[in-house]
Design a protein around this ligand. Sequence first.
Ligand SMILES: [Zn+2]
Ligand SMILES: [Zn+2]
Length: 349
Amino acid sequence: MKAVIFKELGVIEVQDVPEPEPAPDQIKVKIAYAGICGSDPIIVIGGLEEFPHQEGSIGWLQKPGPSRPGPKIMGHEASGTIVKIGKDVRSDFKVGQRVAMDLRNPCGKCYFCLNGMQNFCEHFSNHPGAMTEYGCYQTEALFPLPDDVSLETGAFLEPASIAVHAVDNAQMKIGDTVLITGGGSIGLLIMEIALRNGASKVMVSDPIAEKRKLAVQLGADAVVDPLKENLLEVSKKFTGGHGFNVSFETTGILALARQLILLAECNGTVVWVATYQGNRDVGVPITYTHTKEITIRNVAPSPYADYKALNMLAKLDLKPLTTVFPITDALKAFEAHKAGKDVKIMLKP
Ligand SMILES: [Zn+2]
Ligand SMILES: [Zn+2]
C-alpha cells in the first residue's frame, strides 16, 4: 500500500509499504482522508522537537519523545472505516463503522495525564500515521462518526479540538468582539466556533485573498489584508475605538503575537494559538497589560476536547475549507500547503 513516509529530517517520500495487521488490542481502519496539519512541515524539518529550557524555570519540560525522525508514516488528522477488530479489543466499535481519528497519544500514566492535563503528558507519542491506505490503532485514537457527518468533515476532528480548546481558553462571553489573525484552517475553525459561542462580530486578517473571501463566506463581519491595510486603524474603526474583547493569533508571526496585546480592549484576552518555533521571546509591555487587565493565554494540544469537537463537527461548514489530493500526489500536496492558498489539504488514499 502507498504511504507518505517521513524518511529523515527534511525528507518525505511516497513509498510502497506492507499492509499492517492489527495486534490483538488494535482496530484496523481503511483511511478515507488524512489532513496535512500546519505542524507537519515543521515536524519534517525537526522544528517541533525544540522545547527550549528556560533558565530559572520550574518543572515541566516536554522531552523529545518517540516522534523523532523515522522512517515513519506521517499524518495525525484522519477519518476512515473500520475493517477489522483485534480479538482482545473491548469496545462498541463494529466492522463497517465510520470513525474520526486523533492520533496524538498521551501516555495516560504520568503525573499530568492522571491530573486531567493530558496535553502536557511527559511521554507524549503518536499512534501510527494516517497518510496511508490502512492503519491499526488502539481504541482511544478512534471516535465514532455521527451519521450526519461526512468522512471528509470527520478528518477535521483534531484541528477542531484545537479550535475548541482555543475558544475555551479565551473564556469568551456573549457579545464579545473577536479578532483572528490568520485565515488558515485553525483560524477559520476558531471563527466558526467563536460565532456559535456568542461572538457579536468577528474580523479576520490574512494577506491571501482566497482566505479572506472564504472568511466572509463563513461569517466574518470584516476582513483585513495586513499587507495593504493598517491593522491598528481598521481595528479602531471596527471596535468603535475600544479594541477587541478576544483575539486569536494563528499565524506564528511574533510581531502579531505582541500586536494583539495592543489591540485588546480593557479586560481583553489574547490567545496565542500558533506554534512559535525555537526559543523566542515577545516583549510584553507589563505596565500596559496591568493597567488594562489584559489576559494572555496559550494553546497546547488538547486531547480532552475531542468529544466536544466531535459534537461540533455537524454544526460547522467545513466543505469550503477542503482541497483533496490523491495520496500519490502527496509531495505536490505538501508544496500546495506551503504555497498557502488552500486552507486544509487532505490526502485521499
Ligand atoms: Zn494537527
Ligand atoms: Zn502522560
